[in-house]
Design a protein around this ligand. Sequence first.
Ligand code: ZN
Length: 237
Amino acid sequence: MILVWNEFRHEKSNEAVRRIYPDGIHAVLAEGLRGAGFDEVETATLDDPEHGLTDERLERTDVLVWWGHKAHGDVDDAVVGRVKARVLDGMGLVVLHSGHFSKIFKALMGTSCDLKWRVADERERLWVVDPSHPIAAGVPESFTIEPEEMYGEHFDVPAPEQLVFVSWFQGGEVFRSGCCWHRGRGRIFYFRPGHETYPTYRDDHVRRVVANGVRWAAPVAAARPVRGNHQSLEPLK
Ligand code: ZN
């Protein structure tokens, strides 16, 4: 099951955002994933009981997609701990746009996750810098999103283990906008686009990347590692 989590606060308080995402950013992301062939897609929001992230639900979740912005501080630390434990145990995590400052992303990265930003209706051009990567499947060598918010380097994250996209912005900045990490048994994909006042998640290329990211982050059926004091498997002399 794919679970799309959205803070869902801008859509309730800001008319410009509501016009683009009347049922919430999560609804549009979920629609894109269903269109990409995912049968089981559910949504959860910050104001649901336990933020919609109960143990039972996380246990059923293969990949969690995360969008948050202005209310990162309202996410309960106990729930963050629960999500982190699930990622370390193999649940995939796709973090979008301003989710770079979410508690869960910062907890998994261990750095400030800070960056430059500017909202000035400018053009973003994303370049595929790893054409062999499954998240780049079906994506052209480069594509533009206009208008978008600018995010610029330096992005304070651990060096990505795989870098799939780099963005260029009209104002001159660049940004590592598609980054992959492993933590424990889990996979994490960060994808930059998706400012709330722009219809970015209706863009076909963006939808394809999000779907590819979910596919890449899905758990694999590997044996759970055994740790701690261990009996020898072969006779010891
Ligand atoms: Zn934004």
